[in-house]
Design a protein around this ligand. Structure first.
Ligand SMILES: [Mg+2]
Length: 240
């Protein structure tokens, strides 16, 4: 019997509010330079950077605020290199730092349209609900500002507990916090590696959220919206 749903935060419960152009404006301002339209390309894939660049060591990048900030500054420096080739690396890193601070502001995030409704339904079903996220200690004020914490029993941010996904420890910590067993818990996230494989390794029931329907067929239930997670819970209970 499922007694709890744990949620990933970024791109599962909340998304960045700003369009890419606004991010480029911010960076151009920080660097004191004009960045022409044709250079304002999409940012490189974060997960690909994360794992290819840092490998196994990268898995601990969210285990402290310092590590998370260092990771993102490196990432932005990498993304900015082709745009600002002549600038000293220190200057590019400092623009990355400023962007990290910008994203720590609750106003830069917004819940998905169905987030609050889905969480209210989970709560009405009497399920324990919590957040397990690779995030800095700024996560709590962000979730609080968007009225998500009122529907949660706890929030676990990797930088606060010193362990990040996909390692088992962060999931085991959350289970202990919630007072539920791994087999009684569903974990919802948008990353196959961090969320599906990580939570499964800790014994939870993984669910992948794929709002755009882009994921290839995988060995776990896939939902298009958070409001569909309760259907998966029903199926797990029925198979019980
Ligand atoms: Mg995510």
């Amino acid at each position: 019997m499922i007694r709890a749903i744990f949620y990933d935060a970024g791109h599962t419960l909340v998304r960045p509010r700003a369009e890419i152009d606004e991010v480029w404006d911010f960076l151009a301002h920080q660097l004191g330079m004009h960045i022409p339209e044709e250079r304002r390309t999409a940012f490189p894939d974060v997960a690909a950077f994360f794992y290819s660049r840092l490998g196994e060591d990268g898995l601990g990048s969210y285990a402290s605020d310092r590590a998370a900030r260092a990771f993102w500054s490196e990432y932005y420096a990498y993304a900015l290199q082709p745009v600002a080739p002549g600038l000293p690396r220190e200057e590019i890193l400092s623009a990355g730092n400023a962007l990290y601070d910008w994203y720590a502001e609750p106003a830069q995030w917004e819940p998905f349209p169905e987030t609050i409704d889905a969480l209210e339904r989970g709560r009405a079903r009497g399920l324990v609900q919590g957040v397990v996220s690779d995030w800095g200690s700024d996560l709590l004020p962000i979730l609080h500002a968007h009225e998500i914490t009122r529907l949660m029993d706890f929030v676990v941010a990797s930088a606060v507990v010193g362990s990040s996904k996909p390692h088992r420890e962060i999931f085991l910590y959350a289970l202990a916090r919630a007072g539920v067993g791994a087999g009684e818990t569903v974990y919802v996230g948008d990353s196959y590696l961090a969320d599906v494989l990580g939570s499964r390794a800790a014994g939870l029931h993984p669910v992948l959220i794929d709002r755009e329907g882009k994921a290839p067929p995988i060995d776990a239930p896939v939902v298009r919206a958070l409001t569909d997670v309760l259907d998966v819970v029903g199926r797990i209970d029925a198979a019980g």
